[in-house]
Design a binder for this molecule. Structure first.
Ligand SMILES: N[C@@H](CCC(=O)N[C@@H](CS)C(=O)NCC(=O)O)C(=O)O
Length: 205
């Protein structure tokens, strides 16, 4: 059985969300967002940087949310959450799947560092403003693409577990401005999904 190492409120929610959508049974280990929780030698043996998500599946231990999601889709029944390679949707599925960690998360990471992780005396407003600006620019093409769409690809796909989760987080951090109506609507669609609700509540009880 897959074992998922998850810290509440993090990217690990993407993997939990996919597992819930696919109705795959999994074991959960919740690690607190603390030095003891993530930087223990035990967790560093799974991920050298002491980060989440990580999954174990038999002899396999794998990290990186995107890689984990692809792995699960390829090794388990993907239930149509990944378009066929020959389909018209496939290139755009790949594009948005990777746009998440490639373009949206770098400024988001910086915003988290500058607003939460650094002690107030080490925060830099210029760096924060640059990151906010870059995040907004990175979200613009997503907002445009979502015009007249409920989800990125078809009725729902694993690209939503990646980029949709980032849009949800950006919105929670008040980084989606009021003009990005399509992203606001998209996040509302995501929030209605039972699997998403379950995934983001994990470890919070
Ligand atoms: N690109 C990685 C990023 C992993 C990552 O940075 N995870 C964060 C949580 S969202 C983490 O574990 N942070 C702990 C730390 O920075 O010490 C992925 O997509 O899995």
């Amino acid at each position: 059985m897959i074992k998922l190492y998850l810290t509440p409120g993090t990217r690990a929610g993407r993997v939990a969300w996919l597992l819930e959508e696919l109705e795959i049974e999994y074991e959960l280990e919740v690690l607190p967002f603390t030095k003891e929780g993530l930087k223990s030698s035990e967790h560093r043996s799974r991920h050298a940087l002491g980060r989440v998500p990580v999954i174990e599946d038999g002899d396999v231990t794998i990290f990186e949310s995107g890689a984990i999601i692809q792995y699960i889709l390829d090794r388990y029944d993907s239930k149509g959450l990944k378009p066929e390679i020959s389909s018209e949707d496939y290139p755009y599925y790949l594009q948005w799947f990777h746009y998440c960690e490639g373009m949206v998360m770098p400024p988001m990471n910086q915003i988290v560092v500058q607003t939460i992780l650094l002690p107030p005396e080490r925060r830099d407003e210029t760096v924060l403003n640059q990151a906010m600006n870059l995040l907004s620019k990175s979200l613009n093409p997503v907002n445009e693409y979502l015009e007249n769409k409920d989800y990125l690809i078809g009725n729902f796909s694993a690209a939503d577990c990646m980029l949709g989760h980032s849009c949800y987080m950006a919105n929670r951090m008040k980084c989606v401005n009021d003009e990005m109506l399509n992203i606001k609507r998209y996040v509302a669609n995501i929030e209605e999904r039972t699997s998403f609700q379950k995934a983001i509540q994990l470890g919070a009880e």
